[in-house]
Design a binder for this molecule. Structure first.
Ligand code: ASP
Length: 416
C-alpha cells in the first residue's frame, strides 16, 4: 500500500473507515465499551493532535519566511492586494450562490423541527459584533495568541515581524532571515512525516464519524442539507474551476489532482487549519508554487478565506428566517451578505466554527436569540457532513488562490 500515491491511500482509508464505522453503527455495539473502537478512533485523535501541534509553528515560520523573502515593499503590497481581492471575490461569489439557492428552493418553509433540547446552542461562544472580528486581529499579546491558537492575531503579528525584518540592515537582516528560514525547513520536515500518517488518521476519523452519527435528525432538515450541498457543489465544480481556468489557462482537473490529498484531509478533519500542512505541501510540491507565494497566501487563506463557510453562513441564516416565517427585506438580505463575509473571515479553521458564527449574522438582522438557538441546535446535530464538505471547499479555494496568484507573478506551475 505504501507505493500508492498518498491521496489513493487516504481514499482507501476513508472507504475502510466507512465500512468499519457502519459495522459499529448497525451492530448496535456499545461504543463506550468497545476496545477496538477506542483504539481505532484514537488513531484519528492522535493524527489530529499531531497536525494541530504543528499549526502554530508552521503559520508563524512560514509567514515570516514568506514575507521577509518577498523582500521589497512594493511586491509585498502587490501580493497583499491580489490575495485580498481573490479572497473577497470568491467568497462573495459563494455567498451569492447560497443566497440564490435558498431563495429558490426555500428549504426552511414548512419545516417542523424535532425538539432539540439535547443540543444547547447557548453554550457556543460567539464574538459580539462584526467590528470585533477586525479588532481581534490585533493581539494584545502575541505569545498568548499563539498559545490560545488565535490564528488571526498570530498572522497579524507574523506579517508585521516579517515586514520589519525586511527593513533591517546588514547582519541583523541576514541572521534573522536565515534563522527563520532554517526553522521553517525543519517544521516542514516534521510536517512531511506527520502527513505520511494521514491514511491511518483518516481511517480513525471516518470510522468515528460514521459510527456516531444518528440518522433521525437528517430527515427533518434533508432539503436544507441538500440546498447547501448543491451550492457547495456549484462553487467547487463550476465557479472555482472557471476562475482557475480563466486566470491560468490550465486544465482545472490537473489542479484538483494535485490537491487530492489536501482535499481528502480537509474532508476527514473538518478543519482548514489542521489541513494547512497538507495544503502547503500539495501546493508547493505538486502545483509547483514558490515558497514565497504559498507561505504568504495559504496560512492566511486557511483562516481568512472560507468560501464554503461564507456560502453556509448566508444560506443558513436565510434557512433560519424561513423556519421562523420571517420575510427578509432587501436591506436585510444585503446585511446578511456582508456579515456572512465577515463571519467567514472571523471563523476559525476548526470543526463547526462556521455554525457558531451564524449567531453574528442572525444578530445583525435582529433575530431573537432564543428562537434561533433551537434551530441552530438542530443544525448542529447535522453539521458534520456539511462541515466536511465546506472545509474541502475552503481549502480548495485557498489552493486555487495560491496557484492563480503564483501564475500572475510569472511562476511556472505543474512542471510546465
Ligand atoms: N470547519 C471549517 C473550516 O475549518 C469552518 C466551518 O465550520 O465552516 O474551514
Amino acid at each position: 500500500m505504501t507505493s500508492l500515491k498518498l491521496h489513493w491511500q487516504i481514499l482507501i482509508a476513508m472507504a475502510i473507515g466507512i465500512v468499519i464505522g457502519g459495522l459499529f453503527q448497525y451492530s448496535g455495539t456499545d461504543l463506550s465499551e468497545s476496545n477496538t473502537y477506542a483504539f481505532i478512533t484514537a488513531l484519528g485523535t492522535i493524527f489530529v493532535r499531531l497536525l494541530k501541534m504543528i499549526i502554530v509553528p508552521l503559520i508563524f515560520t512560514s509567514i515570516i519566511t514568506g514575507v521577509s523573502g518577498i523582500g521589497d515593499g512594493a511586491k509585498l503590497g502587490r501580493l497583499g492586494v491580489k490575495t485580498l481581492l481573490y479572497y473577497i471575490t470568491t467568497s462573495l461569489f459563494a455567498i451569492v450562490i447560497g443566497l440564490t439557492l435558498t431563495n429558490l428552493i426555500q428549504p426552511g418553509i414548512g419545516v417542523n423541527l424535532p425538539t432539540a433540547d439535547s443540543f444547547d446552542a447557548s453554550k457556543l461562544n460567539t464574538p459580539g459584533s462584526p467590528a470585533e472580528i477586525l479588532i481581534r486581529m490585533i493581539p494584545l499579546n502575541p505569545i498568548s495568541a499563539a498559545a490560545k491558537g488565535d490564528m488571526l492575531g498570530l498572522i497579524f503579528f507574523a506579517i508585521f515581524l516579517g515586514a520589519a525584518i525586511t527593513q533591517l540592515k546588514g547582519e541583523h537582516k541576514s541572521q534573522l532571515t536565515s534563522f527563520f528560514d532554517s526553522l521553517f525547513q525543519a517544521i516542514m520536515r516534521m510536517t512531511e512525516i506527520i502527513i505520511k500518517l494521514a491514511p491511518i488518521g483518516v481511517l480513525g476519523l471516518i470510522t468515528k464519524t460514521v459510527a456516531t452519527s444518528g440518522f433521525e435528525m437528517f430527515a427533518a432538515v434533508g432539503i436544507y442539507m441538500l440546498t447547501i450541498a448543491t451550492g457547495l457543489s456549484i462553487h467547487i465544480l463550476v465557479v472555482l474551476p472557471l476562475i482557475f481556468f480563466l486566470l491560468t489557462r490550465v486544465n482545472p482537473i490537473i489542479h484538483f489532482k494535485a490537491m487530492a490529498s489536501a482535499m481528502a484531509t480537509a474532508f476527514s478533519t473538518s478543519s482548514s487549519s489542521a489541513t494547512l500542512p497538507v495544503t502547503m505541501r500539495c501546493v508547493r510540491e505538486n502545483a509547483g508554487v514558490s515558497n514565497e507565494t504559498s507561505s504568504f497566501v495559504l496560512p492566511m487563506g486557511a483562516t481568512v478565506n472560507m468560501d464554503g463557510t461564507a456560502l453556509y453562513e448566508c444560506a443558513g441564516v436565510i434557512f433560519i428566517s424561513q423556519v421562523l416565517g420571517v420575510d427578509l427585506t432587501m436591506t436585510q438580505q444585503f446585511t446578511i451578505v456582508i456579515t456572512a463575509l465577515l463571519a467567514s473571515i472571523g471563523a476559525a479553521g476548526i470543526p463547526s466554527a462556521g455554525l457558531v458564527m451564524i449567531f453574528i449574522v442572525t444578530q445583525a438582522v435582529g433575530f431573537d436569540d432564543a428562537d434561533v438557538a433551537i434551530i441552530i441546535g438542530t443544525m448542529l446535530a447535522v453539521d458534520r457532513p456539511l462541515d466536511m464538505f465546506r472545509t474541502m471547499v475552503n481549502i480548495t479555494s485557498d489552493s486555487i488562490g495560491a496557484a492563480v496568484i503564483a501564475h500572475s507573478e510569472g511562476e511556472k506551475l505543474y512542471n510546465s
